[in-house]
Write a protein that binds this ligand. Structure first.
Ligand code: ZN
Length: 339
């Protein structure tokens, strides 16, 4: 089978990858479309120690399943109904036994692996194995090109669950990459005054079409008047701007922790690249909140309702044999790979 593999010499198209074997509780998925994420680009650029098959955003068909012998009857019935159906799924492989898993927080599992990122092969392959409990059926009304966004959309929607909307708050989303453009659409459905700050006029065109306010990041006052700032830049500059924009006792939600420096150039030694003065957090009593993985089921609901438009974010669609070149091509909002 063919797969995109991270090696010591960078990404390769492995044409002789071994077919995955199923462990109890897992299913075998044939991906239809996979999405390139920021994590994949970081791996491609050598900013991660991960070695193995990359990728964690997919829509595919569940071909085979091997229910665990001790699985509850309801879980086996649920999984059996998914056979032959289109599925999407969470990338976190949880142990199911630790205190976080028992508390219903599998994305914080103490022994977790993450598909294509940490400790587990990913989905940029002709077949891959995944726990059955990670999978969700895709409603017929959602085409493949939308369903493949389930995982990043779940993450974007998760930021919304981090604060309560009271009155009509002012919300700023920083960054006009794929995560910023998903997050701002989620926020725009709230009873709030929402704007996106970015640097790329071509992406403002999308906000224009969606009737979402937008400004160039260098053109805004730093008046500390925003109730919530969602930083999707993953840069020290983004966090510093967020601290300048948020009101005292407001909230900053960090949506990404990419290792990419804002200005390009070599990878920094630490995720933030340099020290950031966090004293405004203390002086202004700001809540600094991390938001990571969200609910795939919620993402599917959002797509069904057409609350967020994802297809305009697709910059290009390539076949597996052209994937490596496409993964690091600049100026992409979203690259999809047809398997
Ligand atoms: Zn666990």
């Amino acid at each position: 089978m063919r797969a995109i593999r991270a090696t010591d010499n960078g990404l390769i198209l492995d044409t002789a990858a071994g077919a995955p074997t199923l462990s109890p509780g897992e299913g075998l998925v044939r991906p239809i479309l996979v999405g390139v994420s920021r994590a994949d680009i970081d791996i491609a650029k050598g900013r991660s120690g991960f070695r193995g098959i990359i990728g964690h955003e997919f829509v595919g068909v569940l071909e085979e399943l091997l229910p665990a012998p001790d699985a509850a009857l309801a879980a086996v019935e649920r999984a059996t109904k998914l056979r032959g159906k289109r599925v999407v799924g969470s990338m976190t492989i949880a142990c199911g036994k630790c205190d976080m898993c028992k508390a219903g927080l599998p994305t914080h599992c103490r022994q977790r692996a993450m598909m294509g990122i940490m400790g587990r092969d990913g989905c940029f392959a002709e077949r891959f194995a995944i726990p059955l409990s990670n999978l969700h059926a895709v409603p017929d009304a959602i085409p493949d090109e939308q369903a493949v966004f389930a995982e990043p959309l779940a993450a974007a929607a998760h930021a919304r669950s981090m604060f309560r909307v009271e009155g009509k708050p002012f919300i700023t989303v920083l960054g006009d990459g794929r995560m910023g453009l998903l997050t701002v659409q989620v926020m725009a459905r709230l009873n709030a005054s929402v704007r996106l700050l970015g640097r790329h006029p071509e992406k403002f065109g999308l906000c224009e079409r969606w009737s979402i306010k937008h400004r160039h990041i260098d053109e805004v006052g730093r008046r500390q008047d925003q109730d919530v700032v969602v930083d999707c830049t993953g840069t020290p500059e983004g966090l510093e701007l967020a601290m300048a924009l948020v009101r005292p006792r407001g909230k900053i939600i960090l949506r990404t922790s990419s290792m990419a420096p804002a200005s390009g150039g070599p990878a920094p030694a630490t995720p933030w690249g340099r020290a950031v003065d966090l004293s405004p957090i203390v002086h202004n009593e700001v809540d600094l909140i991390g938001a990571h993985a969200g609910s795939i089921a919620e993402a599917l609901t959002i797509l069904t309702r057409k609350d967020v438009l994802v297809e305009p974010l697709i910059t290009r669609k390539v076949r597996l044999e052209s994937a490596i070149e496409a993964i690091t091509m600049p100026n992409a909002i979203k690259t999809l790979i047809a398997m």
